[in-house]
Design a protein. Sequence first.
Length: 219
Amino acid sequence: MPLHSITDAEPSAPLIQNRLTVAGLVLMALFFSGGFSLSLYTHTGDTSRPFHRDFAHTELALALGACLALLAIVALLFCQQLRGDSKSWVTSPRLWFAASTIWLYMALSQSMSAGLTELVYGLSISSPTIGIFVGAIALPVWMLLLFLAPLHLVRAFKRMGHVAESRALLAIYLASLLSILILTAEVYRLQSSAQFDAFAFLMGVLFQTVQPLTWWMQW
């Protein structure tokens, strides 16, 4: 799809319907991938630890992904009620269409996390090398979904002269990104029963930027 279709003053109805279909498929992928991973590993691991604690990271990825996909759906529905000649960025249909696109990218990243974290760890039990290699293959996709594609869209808005909207879009993106990184780092800290330490927590947040490289490890 051409980039100008996203930055048009008023995205077309077929384009919005197409994205609504994608958002629905993302929700299905989230619950399938997470459910498959959880059912595969229900009876594995240390039975002395509670099930929901062992898989809190997968449950969090499912919850975050579902929330992001639902935000995208709400933004797309909101687009249909707005006019392209709006003078305010708050009621700009192209802003909310672009925000829905960013949320879909992020929802896909959480779908990947929910579906692959336990699978890669399972592979690494037999061969750490294979686990690391699969994580390395997944890393470019993770970086594309969480960083490269959203930032490219923000830059496109600024390049086309939509300065106020590009700033609002950047704020939406950063708020969503930080929520993912901070919550994921915190759930891994709770799983490891580590005491809170500001430096260690910051490192945990930074590790989430390259999360696929950590899937082979048991936290």
